[in-house]
Ligand binder design. Structure first.
Ligand code: OGA
Ligand code: MN
Length: 226
C-alpha cells in the first residue's frame, strides 16, 4: 500500500528534550491529556489536540489475541522489507483484509463507530502493517487522493510513539504514546497539515521516558476522500 503515502522531506527533527521536563504534571508547563499526548506548546495540544485521539486499552488481551490468530498466518508468508531508500516505511511487511472472522469484525465495528461519522464511506479493506523491532515509519502524509479526513489505528504487540510535525512549521509537533492495544484517531488538520511517523526503537522517548519498541502490528481503517 505504498501508494497511500506521500513522504515529505523533514528538514527539522524536534530535539527530544526541547521543553520536555521529565514530569509535566509537576512543572505545570506542558499540556498533556491523560499522559498520552505531549507537544511543543499548550496551544497546539489544545487546538490540534482535539483532532487527535488516543484511547488507551481500546481492545482487551483476548481481542488482541483474536487479531493475531487471524493475521499471523498471512503475515508470516511475507518477508520484512528493508533498505528501499525511498520508502516511507522500513522493516515492515503488510497486508490488507476485507473479510474478518466474527471476533475481529466486532472489534473493527467498534473502531468504525468511534472514529467515523455515520455513513462516511470507508476504504473497503483494513490495512495491516507489521513493523519489525528494527522497523519504523518516516514522516509522511497519507495520500489525499486515496484517503479521506480520518485515519484510525489499533496497535498490537508493542507500545510505540507517533510523532506529528506541522508541514509548514516544523517546530510545532505532538508526540502520541500509542500503548499496546490502544486506538489512535487522526482527523482533519492533524491528518492533512501534519506529517506522522512511528519512531525507531532507539528514538522512542515519550515525555522523557524511554519506551521500548518491539515488533508492532497496526490495523488501520481509513475513509474515502469526500
Ligand atoms: C501508514 C501509517 C501508522 C501505523 O501506514 O500510513 O502511518 O499506526 N501507519 O502503523
Ligand atoms: Mn500514514
Amino acid at each position: 500500500m505504498k501508494w497511500l503515502l506521500t513522504v515529505l522531506k523533514q528538514t527539522h527533527k524536534p530535539a527530544v528534550n526541547i521543553s520536555r521536563p521529565s514530569s509535566c504534571a509537576s512543572s505545570g508547563l506542558l499540556p498533556l491529556r491523560d499522559e498520552v499526548v505531549v507537544g511543543s506548546s499548550r496551544e497546539l495540544v489544545q487546538t490540534i489536540g482535539s483532532q487527535v485521539e488516543v484511547r488507551t486499552g481500546f481492545i482487551s488481551e483476548e481481542e488482541e489475541a483474536a487479531f493475531l490468530r487471524e493475521l499471523e498466518p498471512s503475515l508470516k508468508k511475507k518477508r520484512y522489507e528493508y533498505d528501499h531508500w525511498d520508502d516511507a516505511i522500513h522493516g515492515y511487511r503488510e497486508t490488507e483484509r476485507v473479510r474478518w472472522g466474527p471476533a475481529c469484525e466486532k472489534i473493527l465495528n467498534r473502531v468504525r463507530s468511534v472514529a467515523f461519522a455515520d455513513g462516511s464511506p470507508l476504504l473497503g479493506p483494513a490495512h495491516i502493517l507489521d513493523l519489525d523491532k528494527a522497523g519504523y515509519i518516516k514522516p509522511h502524509v497519507d495520500s489525499v487522493k486515496f484517503c479521506g479526513s480520518t485515519i484510525a489505528g489499533v496497535s498490537l504487540l508493542s507500545d510505540s510513539i507517533m510523532r506529528l510535525v506541522k508541514v509548514d512549521a516544523p517546530n510545532e509537533w505532538l508526540d502520541l504514546l500509542l500503548s499496546r492495544r490502544s486506538l489512535y484517531i487522526l482527523r482533519d488538520k492533524a491528518r492533512y497539515d501534519f506529517t506522522h511517523e512511528i519512531l525507531k526503537d532507539e528514538e522512542s522517548v515519550f515525555n522523557g521516558q524511554r519506551v521500548h519498541r518491539e515488533r508492532r502490528i497496526s490495523v488501520i481503517c481509513r475513509n474515502l476522500p469526500g
